[in-house]
Design a protein around this ligand. Structure first.
Ligand code: GUN
Length: 289
């Protein structure tokens, strides 16, 4: 039995507040030159979790002084109509950032929608242009959740340089981009997924472990090297209605040196990074106008 480790919880809500406060002077500078950064969020259908996220994005925009508008489309909306809405927003000068909330219904191609968003307004960083720029090491818009993870580490004074970073999950939204960003910060990176053999053996190598598989309490204490930093990206709804991360908090607490809670860890930072990307998009437009 290893000796218990004193686990410090990373307060994502407090870090996000600080990031939002840092954005205010940038928003003020834009506003005094006549530009109000604007974000459009497109929500297709009625997924309750998506509704909650979209509402918190709108609230955060308001708090920082951004203009935001929400485009609600029915779940049965044809793909071409979604694409047409995106093209309209591409042309709208009040809108600097466009986010189409995922997941989308099965009859709509995620790729076609994401490829239609103008790369200059792609504050999610999901357009192949922005994915490519991230992969080659010159990102403009990094995806918000991975950017939030890296910013949390930076703000906690944890450098990935030379460390073993293990990412559990290979999604385009989190796993792959967070791996790219860790690599850019000179970590030695391993991506694990559902077919990885001896998963625990790999995760126990991690100095920094990022859990992004979308399965409640999947990462347990025995999978963690004592003293590792554990970042939990998961938000899963349990049968009793409570939220749980991808990390089994009870068994990892006392083993990790730092741990992000769910809720209140990565989630608030994702939204703060979305605001930052929108402000950046507005600044870039203002410069080239
Ligand atoms: N659904 C879950 N996470 C995200 C995200 O980061 N962006 C978008 N557009 N949809 C999501």
């Amino acid at each position: 039995m290893d000796t218990p480790v004193d686990t410090k919880l990373i307060d994502g809500a407090a870090h996000a507040r600080a990031v939002r406060a840092e954005l205010r002077p940038r928003v003020e500078a834009l506003r005094s030159s006549g530009v109000v950064p604007g974000l459009a969020v497109v929500l297709v259908g009625n997924d309750p979790a998506s509704r909650v996220y979209v509402r918190s994005k709108a609230r955060a925009c308001e708090e920082v002084g951004l203009y935001s508008e929400q485009h609600d489309l029915q779940g049965s909306t044809a793909e071409e109509q979604v694409l047409e809405r995106v093209r309209m927003l591409n042309r709208d000068p009040r809108i600097h950032g466009i986010l189409v909330q995922l997941p989308l219904a099965a009859h709509i191609s995620v790729d076609r929608v994401l490829h239609t968003i103008s790369p200059e307004k792609d504050v999610d960083g999901f357009h192949p242009c922005n994915v490519g720029l991230l992969a080659t090491g010159n990102p403009v818009f990094a995806p918000c959740t991975p950017a939030g993870v890296l910013r949390l580490l930076e703000r906690e004074g944890i450098s990935p340089e030379g460390k073993r970073a293990v990412i559990v999950g290979r999604s385009n939204i989190v796993g792959k981009p967070v791996a790219m960003m860790m690599l850019r910060k000179h970590a030695t990176v391993t991506i694990c997924h559902s077919r990885t053999r001896e998963l625990g053996g790999v995760t126990r190598e991690a100095d920094i472990l990022v859990a992004a598989i979308g399965r409640a309490r999947f990462v347990t204490g025995d999978m963690i090297k004592p003293g590792a930093v554990v970042i939990d990206v998961g938000i899963n709804r349990l049968p009793d209605g409570k939220l749980a991360g991808d990390v089994d908090f009870a068994s990892v607490h006392g083993r990790a040196s730092r741990l992000t809670p769910v809720p209140g860890g990565v989630g608030p930072m994702t939204i703060a990074m979305l605001l930052e990307n929108t402000v950046l998009a507005a600044e870039r437009t203002a410069k080239t106008a």
